[in-house]
Ligand binder design. Structure first.
Ligand code: FAD
Length: 321
């Protein structure tokens, strides 16, 4: 049986794993996180919740449309009409938070959580991935679906030197950072319908009312995404102070006295800004190794899906020829 290790249980890794599993491959996914989903993230705050990574996604390709139809039919994803906020085409989100979607996609897959890959080794016969906890995983092939700068660090730490062209291609991929604030409120927010506003002023890119969105019915929470410029400026500084600065800009919609608690999350990699033109990159290693994720192809959630799908197809076709 063909086997594969996938590093990263985000949209790209989960999609690749589902596709390979369907073709009879034995797949092990490793993720450093406590849950699946990567940047499709939902956080519990008190007894309610807030999405703090991707807020919604669009659908452009027939393959992704097919998955979305399945997700909406099963009540896993919902459409969000954002036309009042100036977004013309519908966007979609996880019905009980964004992480509902990766959790659904992860069902039945072999996933080892809290396993941070720190070393990749191997030869023509197999690849070996060692994790921080000291476990070692073996397979015929390797897919890396982590942000390109993290992939470069992992390959470098493993003394796997890439040829100049591949090294340059990976170094060219860049991501915007994003500071995200999630605030718990003791009353509904005054963010106008439909519960999402794009501001792009005062350091705030967008603000989301998770209650109006429908993922925090019991108690209101809001999410603020800072602009890339504000995020760069405050990335290494006092995160709470930066979060307070953002909240101070919003008192008309989120009165200071309504905020009972807030948390700030630092995303070093949010949206892929400069991407590799293809859906994945094959790198020369003794064992088949492909790199993908949202830094490849069209970017964002749908791009990660397409990248994962294309990586799996390439492996399957490679073993059929
Ligand atoms: C603030 C923010 C806003 C966004 N807004 C949007 C939006 O509006 N629309 C949209 O479509 N997209 C948006 N995105 C982007 C979208 O979330 C991503 O494009 C997509 O989720 C990327 O999926 P992925 O599988 O490529 O990577 P990820 O989701 O990052 O998955 C990679 C996984 O690899 C794991 N990992 C990393 N290193 C290791 C290691 N060494 N060992 C083991 N595991 C490791 C991580 O824990 C993670 O789970 C946003 C993202 C953020 C953060």
């Amino acid at each position: 049986m063909n086997s594969c290790i996938i590093i990263g249980a985000g949209m790209a890794g989960l999609t690749a794993a589902r596709e390979l599993t369907n073709y009879g491959w034995e797949v092990t996914i490793l993720d450093k996180g406590r849950g699946v989903g990567g940047r499709m993230a939902t956080r519990r705050i008190d007894h309610t919740r807030a999405d703090h990574g991707a807020q919604y996604f669009s659908v452009r390709t027939p393959e992704f449309r097919q998955l979305l139809d399945q997700l909406t039919a099963e009540g896993i994803a919902e459409a969000w009409d954002l036309s009042e906020a100036g977004i013309e085409y519908p966007r979609y989100f996880g019905a009980q938070g964004m992480s509902t979607i990766p959790k659904y996609l992860a069902q039945g897959l072999n996933i080892a959580l809290q396993e941070r890959a720190i070393l990749i080794e191997g030869d023509e016969a197999s690849c070996r991935v060692t994790t921080e906890s000291g476990n070692t995983f073996r397979a015929d092939a390797l897919l890396l679906t982590i942000p390109a700068p993290q992939a470069l660090t992992l390959l470098g730490d493993s003394d796997l030197n890439l040829p100049e062209a591949e090294q340059g291609a990976l170094q060219a991929i860049t991501y915007q950072p994003c500071l995200a604030v999630i605030a718990l409120l003791n009353q509904p927010s005054r963010i106008p319908a439909p519960g999402m506003q794009i501001l792009e002023t005062g350091g705030i890119e967008k603000v989301i009312d998770n209650q109006q969105k429908g993922i925090a019915p019991e108690q209101a929470t809001v999410t603020i995404h800072a602009t890339p410029a504000f995020s760069v400026e405050h990335l290494e500084g006092d995160l709470r102070a930066a979060g307070q600065k953002l909240l101070d800009q919003l008192t008309e919609w989120v009165p200071a006295e309504s905020v009972t608690e807030y948390q700030v999350h630092r995303w070093r990699y949010s949206l892929a800004e400069v991407r590799h033109p293809e859906g994945y990159l094959e790198v020369p290693m003794p064992f088949p190794t492909l790199l993908g994720g949202d830094g490849f192809g069209m970017g964002n959630v749908e791009g990660a899906f397409q990248s994962g799908r294309q990586m799996a197809r390439a492996l399957i076709e490679g073993t059929n020829t």
